[in-house]
Design a protein around this ligand. Sequence first.
Ligand code: SER
Length: 604
Amino acid sequence: MRDLAALDLLIRLRKDIEKMNAIDIRNKFLNYFKSKGHTIIPSAPLIPENDPSVLFTTAGMHPLVPYLLGEKHPAGTRLADYQKCLRTVDIDEVGDNRHLTFFEMLGNWSLGDYFKEQSINYSIEFLTKELNIPMEKLSVTCFAGDNDAPRDEETASIWQSVGMPKERIYYFGKDDNWWIAGDEGPCGPDTEIFYDTGKEPCGPHCDPSCGCGKYVEIWNNVFMEYYKSKDGTYTKLKQQNVDTGLGLERINMLLQGKETPFDTEIFKPMMDKLKELSKNDNLQSRRIVAEHLRSSMMIIADGGKPSNIDRGYILRRLIRRMIRHLNKLEIDLNYLQDLIELNFQILGEMYPELIQNKENIINTIIEEKNKFVKTLENGQRELQKELNKLRENNIDTLSAETAFKLYETYGFPPEVTNEIAKESNFKVDLDGFDKLFKEHQEKSRLGSEQKFKGGLADQTEETIAYHTATHLLHKALQIVLGEHATQKGSNITQERLRFDFAHPQKVTKEELDEVERIVNEQIKRDLKVTCEEMSYDEAVKSGAMGLFTNKYGDRVKVYTIGDFSKEICGGPHVEHTGVLGTFKIKKEEASSAGVRRIKAVLIK
Ligand code: SER
């Protein structure tokens, strides 16, 4: 009888493993670390809050940097989370069997709490006991040591103590076993855990560093006890931290015995649907569409909007590249909305923010598609003409200037130009393109700063009052419409204010009334307006709003209006909101795609 019960349990366990998917793995992870005294914290948005230094959150440690440096985290010293991440360096590689732009990283954190031993014990217990991965499938790497930090023999011996045989413990240098985000910041040696797929070794020296696909990295435990300064020197941090990252799509794929993430439940239904709709199937294009659609939807859910600069430009590129590949697949673009809806079904449980932002996501993607489609055909024709010219002259590279012209005139992102050129065996001077693009952005930025300056040069009592009212309006819009309603432009005269802000649809009468009511309430409260000077970093840390895509100098002024608003701004402002009179919205209209415009007056 007992044997039967054991068999039954085994069968149930097997079934459990078989049907385990990404969301189960995520839950198992969070529950496991919760049982080890970790507080579960929510994923930070993909678009970092108040951090203009990076476009997107690229690793779980981003939102935690202040705490790794020693600031006290309100949730304690042991944390675990899942973090939405986006990395765009490999955008051109998407379409192969492994690259993704958006991915989820599971992480556990010690902020000056446990260190190497505990961290390795947790990882190995989770992998072998919770996910039931046999120890024989795993191997690990440790830091080999250099002038900056010693060889990490301590970590290697901890691995041995938990049963990892010496032959499967490898040492590598900084390129493989040291982790830092960018050039400066908290960092340290790491130990990486690899899963052996069982494939044949690629040669006698096949090991986890060779990248042939036999070994797949699944978990990275970083022992962050150093700080690397801009000048390249390393100092010890106040505390020893652990930062770990376990790639969810990857572990999910391995546990399901699949070759690529596109074969798992995260992408499979979309891949199948694309196949069904396609009249000219090719796997690479289907992967690009499935991947870029998911990433675009995630970015929009976190407040992203297509534009020609920074984050918006990445989103624009993802959507446009996806459109081109839908065309390549000969899928009617009228199906795009169905595909978006399908992703709500596939991903809605994992990311409820998708469902909460349904309308906005659909509208934004469809609008961007419509814009691109208008110029796509003409742009392709123009590009073919240019390629023909090159062919006649025996030149194999399309110039940066031509690529830039295609971008400016037809909205062609460089990778779209590059892909089309590549199909006819031409190269594109992409470095040159980047240079031109940066120069162009710099020019338009200077232009808009000039305009901004002009707008505020007129400092009469009226314009100063409108300026303060603009801050109240900005905050009120964020309260009523959501945090995505950020400033896109402002223009003040003695007679009125005009304020542009991000919002995907018309603001309703009720919403406008509520905005008006909130602003007038703050005026009635006669809030004190104060100004402080501080470094830009301090300002963003203090939670001040600002135009984060623009460059500020090192020291900035922060204007605080009572307990209501805090914004980086040059001023000047009134001293008390009571002097503003009555705030009245006169008009609400579209300004450009995804941007609304409000005109309002103050009645004394
Ligand atoms: N920061 C490390 C990584 O991104 C571990 O989370 O791999």
